[in-house]
Ligand binder design. Structure first.
Ligand SMILES: *Cc1c(COP(=O)(O)O)cnc(C)c1O
Length: 405
């Protein structure tokens, strides 16, 4: 068996044509001919299966150490398909700090179909166990109901970069027979393979690190066993949110350079986090990859690194919008994980769907800025931040402007 970095480049061998092409072809065919009415061809109709998509699905299953992968038209389509394997009345314990679109899919869409979602701080193992076991679930007179059917969380949360310990959470969940679903978007199999740590299903917005160039919307799911595979395949084929062939190929190509990109994004992120920690206009830095930016225990939770996204809060008196509006190299945009650096204000841009009260409760303040660090020269990125901070300091009270002199 080849090693991970080789697998990124080559995937699994395919010999499905005689041209010698080193890349798998993009099959733009919605339908496939039968040899006879009696035949059962491997490919018949491209919603059910397409060789270009199949290559990507086997590629991600290999990298995540799962039995089967599935490619969807977006990360949210992948999440939708996975959550639709449950039935009305099923209770799912959800990390209290998940992606905004996921939060709204749980709370606005799936609640209408009878799924019960229960938010919990996944770093509070007592609260987590109580929630999964069903002891003390509100509305239940004798204080106990059925255990949850699943627990859903993100390894690194967005935008505060809290680290969830997959192995510890899976251990608790499996005591009660709950399925463990991990959104591994911020981490990628390069930094952690959740199935090895006890997860049952891994999800990706492949739009982010896996594709890596801000040029495609895609989602992936990988399962640990065939039984779950059957259920997710049914949802993929019958709900129909599949990834088209050209987009499947974009994600396949992106994955080839994943290791190189993450290494650079990560070393840039470490340098920028340290620069922010030394900046008197910065109140807090959220990045577990550096000493001043992590919580106790973060480095013992099974991650090989912490990727290229970081958050920070400016001190009171500095307007975060003033910084963001004056960046030139960083683009002011949502999304993350691509070759170019992006900056955004979560309270206005990515997390506006969360009611303000709930947003503040989970720590997403009005002063919080999120950066997604790209592969540029880190000195250019720091110079860009430096000049934007100077503009913001000038616009603030005079005494703050003096602090930066
Ligand atoms: C972006 C994102 C999603 C949604 O993926 P889309 O490809 O935009 O549909 C889900 N989870 C996380 C953690 C994300 O960052």
């Amino acid at each position: 068996m080849t090693r991970f970095n080789t697998q990124l480049v080559h995937g699994l061998p395919v010999n499905d044509n005689t041209t010698g092409a080193v890349n798998p072809p993009i099959y733009n065919s919605s339908t496939y001919a039968f040899e006879s009415v009696e035949s059962m061809p491997r490919w018949d109709y491209a919603r059910s299966g397409n060789p270009t998509r199949d290559f990507l699905e086997r590629q991600i299953a290999q990298l995540e150490h799962g039995t089967r992968g599935f490619a969807f038209a977006s990360g949210l389509a992948a999440i939708h398909a996975v959550l639709s394997i449950f039935k009305p009345g099923d209770r799912i314990v959800v990390g209290s700090n998940v992606y905004g679109g996921t939060y709204s899919q749980f709370n606005e869409h799936f609640t209408r179909w009878g799924l019960v979602s229960q938010p919990v701080d996944t770093n509070d193992y007592e609260a987590l166990e109580a929630a999964i076991s069903g002891v003390g679930v509100a509305g239940d007179e004798d204080g106990a109901s059925e255990p949850a059917k699943a627990v859903y969380f993100e390894t690194l949360t967005n935008p505060l970069l809290q680290v969830n310990d997959v192995a510890a959470i899976a251990r608790i969940a499996h005591k009660y027979g709950a399925i463990v679903i991990v959104d591994n978007t911020f981490v990628t199999p390069y930094l952690q393979q959740p199935l090895d740590l006890g997860a049952d299903i891994v999800l990706h917005s492949a739009t982010k690190y896996l594709a890596g160039h801000s040029d495609v919307i895609a989602g992936l799911a990988v399962v640990r066993d065939d039984k779950l595979g059957e259920r997710v395949y049914y949802a993929q084929n019958r709900l129909g949110g599949i990834l088209p062939p050209a987009e499947s190929d974009s994600v396949r190509r992106g994955i080839q350079t994943l290791g190189l990109r993450i290494e650079r994004q990560q070393s840039n992120a470490v340098a920028i986090a340290n620069w922010l920690l030394d900046n008197p206009l910065v109140a807090t830095v959220h990045y577990p990859g550096v000493e001043g930016g992590r919580q106790p225990g973060d480095t013992e939770k099974g991650l090989k690194g912490f990727g290229g996204v970081l958050g920070f809060e400016v001190v009171k008196g500095i307007d975060p919008a003033e910084i963001l509006d004056n960046l030139h190299l960083f683009r002011l945009a949502v999304s993350l994980g691509a070759v170019e650096s992006l900056a955004e204000l979560p309270c206005r841009m990515t997390h506006f769907e969360l009611p303000r009260e709930e947003r503040l409760k989970v720590g997403i303040t009005d002063e919080l800025i999120r950066l997604s660090i790209g592969i540029e020269d880190v000195n250019d990125l720091i110079e860009d931040l430096d000049q934007a901070f100077a503009v913001a300091a000038k616009a603030a009270q005079p005494q703050l402007a003096e602090t930066v002199q």
